[in-house]
Design a protein around this ligand. Structure first.
Ligand code: NAP
Length: 537
């Protein structure tokens, strides 16, 4: 480690080189002419898609909406091959963008930020890395992703296990060969549900350890036709308009009909059609699915019935369909023959609700009922979401207060973009913004553009500090809470949206549930009215 190097002065340090960090670099460097640098702990660009290489990893957003739209050239030059892109294809796309925009020269790989301290006399950040460099930056911009801090549950006995274990979010680059192996997988969220069919196809035996049964929608993957590829390029402006003018950032609107007011036969037909169509369109079948318990139950019952119809063993079907929360109250996975996988002879299901995991032993996983011998354990146990990847960074703001300390009772931000007491710091898709409740790339683009405009306006006026106020952040947190309470989302007490999946984490509903388009309007209004709630000096 070289600690004697001179401190390098830059306009902005950006942490992370996924979708957010790369566009932020391009915006500051190539549009505003600033000196910006990205620090990336991985050995390559891609963020989430660099780390999440588990079997079956794909995006649940359709490929033609899971890309940058800020550049017509990028839209026209890139071609997706499938309806839902697989992880290697998304990583290729992000590498293509890094090359096409010549970003690599300002991205420092294999480097983790170890500290960022705000200097109140200069209004600048002193950023230190694990490679011994120090940067003196006017702006600190976090682009660390919402789901990047792996959550490996502290189950006793893990160090006794004689086999290999992996967390899906830290998957080995060389892959894992399951051939001839007995595999245990813990977790049936979006990740587990994607991985289970793929691992089952290779392993000698797969035992799935399910704590909470989950809804899942069929994805209906397929290669894209030449006609669709041409359509998506030709109509990219219209597609983008739909994505940015609705609640969810996808290229479809939520149907304005009420599930309750729709006659039962028509409702059933709608669900059947959406089920066949595949993907998140099912969630958009009716306007009241996420706000009215009775409406939600119609969708939930439909899916439960589908599960019981697909799974041949009625006992297994019962465990899989005994779901204790409203449909989409947790982020619903979409899958590729997930429930069908339980009809394979080499797959078994363990219901952890009736017999929880007691410990991990040298030979496998022991529940209160039985020990299951396995050669490999896969933890598909999710992430310390939204705040975990931020508080683990040693960020120290005004009055030497750490972000971790400031957020000890839960995150507090203004618009998910700034934190009071941390001037000149921006948090792309931070807690309090729609982020994970929306398709990520358009929400990232919106944040990057808002931040870049704000910086550009400051520069034009010769100002050097922007800081949100405590009062504005309090008011925004109230709005975040109000928006959540207007939905069924906070009713799910074991959801990562609330931080409930990480023991000891304060339980606060973190993303903004008021919808992407509405949120965007609020952000635009704040900017056009001279950045109300943000002081510039
Ligand atoms: P997750 O949704 O948090 O699911 C974690 C699973 O592990 C749950 O089934 C959970 O059970 C279980 N679990 C956690 N700790 C456990 C323990 N100690 N014992 C037993 N079971 C335990 O995590 P994820 O599946 O990685 O997904 C996280 C988010 O990432 C998704 O919601 C989605 O937003 C995103 N994602 C997106 C994609 C995509 O677009 N393709 C793919 C994967 C993930 P409980 O439910 O009982 O807590």
């Amino acid at each position: 480690m070289n600690t004697s190097a001179a401190i390098q002065k830059v306009d902005a340090i950006i942490i992370g080189s996924g979708f957010a960090g790369m566009y932020q670099l391009h915006s500051l460097r190539d549009k505003l002419g600033l000196n910006a640098k990205v620090i990336e702990r991985g050995a390559g660009v891609g963020g989430t898609w660099y780390w999440n290489r588990y079997p079956g990893a794909r995006c649940d957003s359709e490929s033609h909406t899971y890309m940058y739209y800020f550049s017509k050239e990028l839209v026209q030059e890139w071609e997706w091959s499938e309806r839902y892109p697989q992880q290697p294809e998304i990583l290729r796309y992000l590498n293509f963008v890094a090359d096409r925009l010549n970003l690599r020269s300002d991205i420092q790989l294999n480097t983790a930020m170890t500290q960022a301290h705000f200097n109140e006399s200069t209004n600048r950040w002193l950023v230190t890395t694990d490679t011994g460099e120090q940067y003196d930056a006017q702006f600190l911009i976090t682009a660390v992703g919402c789901l990047s801090n792996a959550n490996v549950p502290k189950i006793p006995g893990i160090s006794d296990f004689k086999g290999d274990w992996y967390h899906t979010g830290q998957w080995p680059h060389e892959g894992v060969d399951f051939t001839g192996k007995r595999v245990g997988i813990i977790g049936t969220g979006s990740t587990g549900i994607q991985a289970i069919p793929v691992i089952a196809a290779q392993a000698k035996h797969l035992t799935v350890f399910q704590r909470t049964a989950n809804y899942s929608l069929p994805a209906r993957h397929h290669p894209l036709s030449d006609e669709f590829k041409e359509y998506a390029k030709k109509h990219s402006a219209d597609i983008y308009k739909v994505m940015t003018s609705n609640t969810n950032g996808h290229a479809f609107y939520i149907d304005d009909r009420s599930a309750i007011e729709t006659p039962a036969d028509v409702r059933q037909k709608t669900y059947e059609e959406k089920w066949e169509m595949g993907g998140f369109q099912f969630r958009a079948s009716f306007r009241d699915l996420l706000t009215d318990e009775a409406a939600n139950k119609t969708a939930a019952d439909f899916i439960r019935q589908k599960i019981r119809g697909i799974v041949k063993d009625p006992k297994v079907g019962e465990i899989l369909s005994d779901i204790d929360h409203p449909f989409a109250g947790k982020r619903p996975p979409i899958d590729d023959h997930y429930f069908e996988t339980y009809n394979r002879d080499n797959v078994s299901l363990v219901d952890l609700r009736s017999a929880p995991i007691e410990k991990i032993t040298a030979k496998g996983i022991k529940t209160t009922e039985q020990e299951y011998e396995v050669d490999i354990i896969v933890f598909a146990t999710g992430f310390d979401a939204m705040t975990g990847s931020l508080v683990r960074l040693d960020i120290v703001g005004r009055n030497k207060r750490t972000l971790k300390d400031y957020w000890s009772a839960g995150p507090k931000t203004n618009l998910g973009l700034q934190v009071p007491g941390f001037p000149n710091m921006f948090t792309i898709t931070g807690p309090g913004s729609p982020s994970v409740l929306s398709n990520m790339p358009p929400t990232i683009e919106q944040h990057v553009e808002w931040i870049s405009d704000c910086i550009s306006k400051m520069k034009a006026k010769g100002l050097n500090c922007v800081e949100t106020s405590e009062a504005a952040s309090e008011a925004w947190q109230k709005e975040v809470d109000r928006a959540a309470q207007a939905t069924l989302l906070p009713k799910v007490k074991h959801s990562w949206y609330l931080g409930a999946n990480v023991p000891g984490k304060p339980q606060v509903f973190m993303p903004y549930a008021g919808g992407f388009a509405h949120y965007r309007t609020i952000c635009d209004k704040v900017a056009s009215e001279g950045y109300t709630g943000f002081q510039m000096s």
